[in-house]
Design a protein around this ligand. Structure first.
Ligand code: HEM
Length: 155
């Protein structure tokens, strides 16, 4: 039994499922509901994000690190480029860009440049220009990553 791969895959798949699932639900359902909804919904979001942001960031970071280690192990010594390698590479790249943009959205670094999600009591800052632009872009990248990860082994 290859414990190294086993542990990396557990971290990778559990982290990836949580990151992608929670983030896509957030962008598709929660944020639009807050933007068009009652102040109460904004308050729920305002309470949710300080907990959910770091959890998403942690899961995303673990997914990317374990993904890069798995990629290096699978294809690092390959003498030729295979379709699977390209597939995992495209998905990995999309997820890594999504992760970097997520750092802009959910950390003080992004907030300093006006790209950050800064939930207040009402949570209405989810409509800030940075989040409006970055949120859907990150969702598309995460979706591309999920698609590629699902099929690349069988290409
Ligand atoms: C949204 C983010 C991601 C999700 C949801 C995700 C999900 C998954 C899943 C479910 C698998 C298992 C597929 C299978 O065994 O056929 C997998 C495998 C893999 N992923 Fe990701 N992944 C993500 C990001 C990344 C990143 C950033 C990389 C870095 C290059 C990466 C590289 C890989 C590699 C190389 C494998 C094959 C591992 C093996 O040989 O066992 N993934 N991923």
């Amino acid at each position: 039994m290859d414990w190294y791969v086993l542990v990396l895959r557990l971290i990778h798949v559990i982290g990836g499922v949580f990151w992608a699932g929670a983030y896509l639900a957030l962008v598709r359902f929660f944020v639009p509901s807050v933007r068009s909804g009652e102040p109460a919904e904004g308050r729920i979001m305002g309470r949710l994000m300080p907990k959910m942001g770091p959890a998403l960031g942690g899961a995303a970071t673990l997914t990317v690190i374990s993904g890069v280690l798995l990629f290096t192990r699978d294809f690092g010594a390959a003498s030729s480029v295979s379709a699977s390698m390209i597939g995992f590479g495209i998905g990995g790249l999309a997820a890594t860009i999504a992760w970097l943009l997520g750092i802009l959205m959910f950390t003080p670094l992004g907030r300093r440049f006006g790209w950050g999600f800064t939930p207040g009591a009402e949570g209405n800052e989810s409509a800030s220009p940075g989040v409006t632009r970055l949120g859907p872009t990150v969702a598309v990248l995460v979706f591309v990553a999920v698609l590629s990860m699902s099929v690349s082994r069988y290409l």
